[in-house]
Write a protein that binds this ligand. Structure first.
Ligand code: FES
Ligand SMILES: [Fe+2]
Length: 352
C-alpha cells in the first residue's frame, strides 16, 4: 500500500454528487478518479456524464455552453450531444465533408437514483454494457426517487485508502470524536463483540438489536435493529429499522485524485418531523466529519516520510479486509474471472 496515493479501482460505480446539484439544462465540471468529468442534465431532466476534454484542442468543455441539448466548446464552437458524439463543427465549409459522428469526446455511464448521481468508471477496454458492476447499489427501504433528508460533503487531503481505513475503524471514535454532545474523552472504553459476514462486494456487521432503553432508538418503534455494510469502492451503509420507521445512513468516499478524496455523509429517513431539525443535524454531522478530516491532515505529515504501518487484530481486521477486497477486485479483473469475496464470517472483539 502506497502511503499517500491509492490504487483506484475501476469497473465500479462511484457517487459523483447529490442529484439536486445538477439543475435541468445545466452542466458542471468535476475531477473524479483523477479524470475531468462533465456532469449535466438535459432539457428532459436526464443526467449525463462526458469526458470534460474537447477532442479538438483539449480545452475542458465546461468553459463552453449548454443549451439543454448540446454542449458547445468555447474555443471553436464544436458541438456534442449528451452521449459525447460530435454533431457540428462550425468551421466546416460547404465544400468539405466531415463525418461528425466519428468524433467523440467520450462519455461515462451515469445513473440518478435515490437522490444521488452515480458515474461508472469502466476498466480498460471494458464496454459499459458488459460492466463488472451492472448498477449502483440500491439502499434498502427507500424508493428510487427518494432523496436524502440531509447530506454533507467534505474534501479530505488523503487517499481513499486512508479515508476508508478511518471509516471502518471502530476504535478511533473514543479519541477523535470527542465533543460535549458525544463522548467527552477516551477514559471509559468498553468491550465490544460483533459478528461479521461476507456481503455483496464487502462485508456486513450482522444485523443485531439496539438497546431498547435508548430514547434515540425508541422513536423508530419496537424491535429496533441495525446492520452496517461496507462495500467497494468505498461505501458504508447503515440500515436501522424499527416497527415504525427506518433510517439509512450512507457514507461514500470518492477519489478526486489518487491522494484526494470527497467524503459524503447522507441519511434517508421515513420520519418527517426530522426535516425542521435539518440545520442542526447538518451542523452536528459536519462537526463530526471535520474531526476525521483534521486527523488525516495531521496524519499526512507523517505519511510523507513513507513509514512502515501496522494493522492489528481485531481493531484493524476490517481495514485488512478492505485491502484484501481491493487486491482481489484488481486480480480477478486482470485474470478475467469472477470476483471472489475473500472475507470469511468472523466475530471481532475490541475495546472502544
Ligand atoms: S478546442 Fe474545442 S472546439 Fe476547438
Ligand atoms: Fe471517524
Amino acid at each position: 500500500m502506497d502511503k499517500l496515493q491509492a490504487d483506484l479501482l475501476r469497473g465500479l460505480w462511484y457517487v459523483a454528487c447529490p442529484d439536486r446539484e445538477i439543475k435541468k439544462g445545466a452542466m458542471t465540471g468535476k475531477k473524479l478518479m483523477g479524470e475531468l468529468v462533465l456532469l449535466g442534465r438535459d432539457e428532459n431532466g436526464k443526467v449525463f456524464a462526458l469526458r470534460d476534454i474537447c477532442p479538438h484542442r483539449g480545452i475542458p468543455l465546461r468553459h463552453g455552453w449548454f443549451d439543454g441539448k448540446h454542449v458547445q466548446c468555447c474555443y471553436h464552437g464544436w458541438k456534442f450531444d449528451t452521449d459525447g458524439t460530435c454533431v457540428d463543427i462550425p468551421s466546416t465549409h460547404e465544400y468539405q465533408t466531415i463525418d461528425y459522428s466519428r468524433i467523440t469526446c467520450g462519455a461515462y455511464p451515469a445513473i440518478e437514483q435515490q437522490g444521488l448521481i452515480w458515474v461508472y468508471f469502466a476498466a480498460n477496454g471494458e464496454k459499459p454494457e458488459d460492466g463488472r458492476q451492472p448498477h449502483p447499489p440500491m439502499l434498502p427501504d427507500f424508493a428510487v426517487d427518494s432523496a436524502p433528508t440531509v447530506d454533507i460533503m467534505q474534501p479530505f487531503v488523503c487517499s481513499v485508502d486512508h479515508a476508508a481505513l478511518g471509516l471502518m475503524d471502530p476504535t478511533h471514535a473514543a479519541f477523535v470524536h470527542t465533543s460535549w454532545w458525544f463522548k467527552k474523552n477516551a477514559t471509559k472504553l468498553r468491550a465490544k463483540e460483533k459478528q461479521f459476514e461476507p456481503a455483496d462486494l464487502g462485508w456486513a456487521m450482522v444485523r443485531h438489536t439496539l438497546p431498547p432503553q435508548n430514547i434515540a432508538y425508541k422513536v423508530l418503534g419496537d424491535d429496533v435493529t441495525t446492520e452496517i455494510r461496507y462495500a467497494l469502492p468505498g461505501l458504508r451503509i447503515e440500515h436501522i429499522k424499527g416497527s415504525k420507521h427506518s433510517v439509512v445512513g450512507l457514507t461514500t468516499i470518492t477519489p478526486v485524485t489518487p491522494d484526494e478524496t470527497e467524503v459524503r455523509q447522507l441519511f434517508w429517513t421515513t420520519m418527517d418531523w426530522v426535516k425542521p431539525l435539518k440545520p442542526l443535524v447538518k451542523h452536528l454531522m459536519n462537526v463530526f466529519l471535520n474531526q476525521d478530516r483534521e486527523v488525516v491532515i495531521q496524519q499526512r505529515e507523517g505519511l510523507e516520510f513513507n513509514p512502515k504501518l501496522m494493522l492489528i487484530n481485531d481493531a484493524d481486521t476490517q481495514g485488512r479486509w478492505w485491502m484484501q477486497l481491493k487486491r482481489e477486485w484488481d486480480k480477478s479483473q486482470a485474470e478475467n474471472r469472477p470476483f471472489e469475496n475473500p472475507v470469511q464470517a468472523k466475530t471481532l472483539r475490541w475495546m472502544s
